[in-house]
Write a new protein. Structure first.
Length: 296
């Protein structure tokens, strides 16, 4: 097994106490702190968030914690990819100053009994097929933000609904942190980078690349006046014809509150505010993606 010198990895905190001491030392020096929460299995998308954090603050903390509370019993908690050493090297290369890697016991000690629920937004889109998900995310992100107390925190726009849920939570609970979205990073064929892409066989991976093509084509039609319902239905049919096993949703929504845009044709003033959202299943893997209408 290859060994890595400690200077190719960032310092690691495994306890809240240690994390707080290091961050508060920076804050005493007047340094601005950015935080990037992750579940590990890092790819270029995560790396771009850490780099963005580095542009916006003096110090960057990234966490790696596979949060059991956001997985249902039948989901992939046990098989979720885990590569601690590789992840730490990627974090160091991206400019991370401190990695926070708490254990499940550190996050949820014996007797832990508090949850955070963000109503409304959490019940829609991904919340319909994963009703446990956003409660688990809001709870862990609330804890992580309280533990780290950063000035800003960065979340990828691939999980756009998650980004909105967290922005709403921070606003509702008066948490003193700015939440910033980082752009989706895509593979050459347009597939949004995701740790779960690693589950795809090579045949499934080829099918997965078609999602981008079908979303882009739907956006072009919508932007040039095609009827919304017909376009969305045709796109769902194309996804099934291309080899996806199921379409969980393929919908046009307002980017700020996820309200439906599903009647008639798109108006000129909606081009800046509409976003296309998709969730599709191939084999056992669920992929999500979203794009602003203004992207084409
Ligand atoms: O997007 C993720 O990786 C996770 O949902 C997050 C925000 C790290 C919370 O566990």
């Amino acid at each position: 097994m290859p060994t890595h010198s400690s200077d190719s990895m960032p310092p690691v905190s495994r306890s809240v106490k240690d994390l707080r001491e290091r961050v508060s030392a920076w804050r005493k020096q007047g340094l601005k702190v950015a935080f990037v929460p992750t579940m590990g299995a890092l790819h270029e998308g995560h790396v771009s968030l850490v780099k963005l954090a580095g542009k916006k603050a003096d110090k960057v903390v990234a966490s790696i914690f596979i949060n059991p509370r956001q997985f249902a019993a039948h989901e992939d908690l046990d098989t979720y990819p885990r590569n601690e050493t590789e992840d730490l090297i990627k974090l160091a290369t991206a400019g991370c100053d401190l990695a926070f890697l708490p254990s499940a016991k550190e996050m949820y000690p014996q007797g832990y009994s508090t949850s955070v629920a963000v109503e409304g937004l959490s019940r829609d889109l991904c919340g319909l097929s994963r009703p446990h998900f956003f409660g688990g995310v809001a709870t862990v992100v609330c804890k992580l933000l309280n533990q780290c107390q950063p000035d800003i925190a960065i979340f990828g726009e691939k999980d756009y609904q998650q980004l909105l849920v967290i922005q709403r939570m921070v606003r509702d609970l008066d948490m003193p942190v700015s939440i910033i979205g980082g752009p989706i990073i895509r593979e050459e064929d347009g597939l949004a980078m995701s740790s779960r892409n690693a589950y795809l066989s090579s045949a499934q991976r080829e099918v997965a690349g078609k999602l981008n093509m079908i979303m882009t084509s739907a956006i072009r039609k919508l932007a040039t006046g095609a009827e919304i319902q017909t376009t969305l239905q045709q796109a769902s049919k194309s996804l099934l014809a291309e080899g996806f096993d199921r379409v969980d949703y393929f919908e046009l929504r307002q980017k700020t509150d996820l309200s439906f845009i599903d009647k008639g044709t798109l108006q000129a003033d909606q081009l800046d505010t509409a976003r296309l959202f998709a969730a599709v299943i191939i084999g056992k893997t669920r992929l999500i993606d979203n794009m602003p209408l203004s992207s084409i």
